[in-house]
Write a protein that binds this ligand. Structure first.
Ligand SMILES: Nc1ncnc2c1ncn2[C@@H]1O[C@H](COP(=O)(O)OP(=O)(O)O)[C@@H](O)[C@H]1O
Ligand SMILES: [Mg+2]
Length: 226
């Protein structure tokens, strides 16, 4: 299977308020089409690892290879392009633009990429909203939607440029159990029906156990990745 991501001896330190070794000798590969979870107690380094893997943070020692390219060798414009085209992000809080419609929010990363004209992009964005079961909410402003609907808009937005991988940090953490289940099932479905690669941080065992693989972090170290 093709590797989407690989880390080689990844180590990271925080220097403030005191020197702290937060990620310790992380050697990890993520393969195309897999649904993998990063699990571990609060403070074990899950979010920090996800930021490094997803190119949001390049202040580390060692290498992170994305499709065999060392992220540290990319110039900032190249990195920005890779992020927009090849990576989808879903966080606990949605970071959607509250005053814009769901449809506008989904189109935004596509406008930035500018591979499609406005009309085609709008059709594509509607298809993504449809896939997430919220096409009927397309013209509502984000602040008029429920938390579960907002998170589904975030997923549609993450999908618009057909990314190689989607990174999620506690995507269900802010939702009630019913909506958390809906959002989780939709993520899983993307991996099953469309071969979407997803790497998800969660501390919820009931969700992580339903993924293909659990990468367990403890105190900044991988203790299991089966
Ligand atoms: N910017 C930062 N500066 C210093 N320490 C940090 C910073 N961000 C996180 N940490 C510390 O690093 C550890 C791992 O944090 P984090 O990756 O957020 O853990 P998790 O997501 O597993 O809860 C924690 O002890 C946290 O307090
Ligand atoms: Mg975290």
């Amino acid at each position: 299977m093709k590797k989407v991501l690989e880390t080689i001896n990844l180590n990271k330190y925080f220097y403030k308020p005191v020197k702290f070794h937060v990620l310790k000798d992380i050697n990890l590969s993520i393969y195309s089409g897999e649904f993998a979870a990063i699990v571990g107690p609060s403070g074990s380094g899950k979010s920090t690892l996800l930021y490094a893997l997803s190119s949001l943070d390049r202040e580390y020692e060692g290498e992170v290879l994305f499709d065999e390219i060392d992220l540290k060798t990319l110039t900032n414009p190249k990195l920005a392009h890779l992020r927009n085209k090849s990576i989808g992000f879903i966080f606990q809080f949605h970071y959607l633009l509250a005053d814009f419609t769901a449809l506008d929010n989904v189109m935004l990363p596509g406008l930035k990429l500018s591979e499609l004209n406005h009309e085609d992009l709008e059709v594509k964005a509607m298809n993504k909203l449809e896939l997430l079961g919220i096409a009927d909410q397309a013209l509502k402003k984000v602040n008029q939607l429920s938390g579960g609907e907002q998170q589904r808009v975030s997923i549609a937005r993450a999908l618009i440029n057909e990314p190689r991988i989607i990174f999620c940090d506690e995507p269900t953490g802010n939702l009630d159990s019913k909506n958390a289940m809906i959002v989780f099932d939709m993520l899983k479905n993307l991996t099953r029906e469309f071969d979407q690669t997803i790497l998800m941080v969660t501390h919820d065992d009931s969700f992580s156990s339903a993924t293909d693989r659990q990468i367990q972090l403890f105190d900044g170290k991988i203790i299991d990745k089966l």
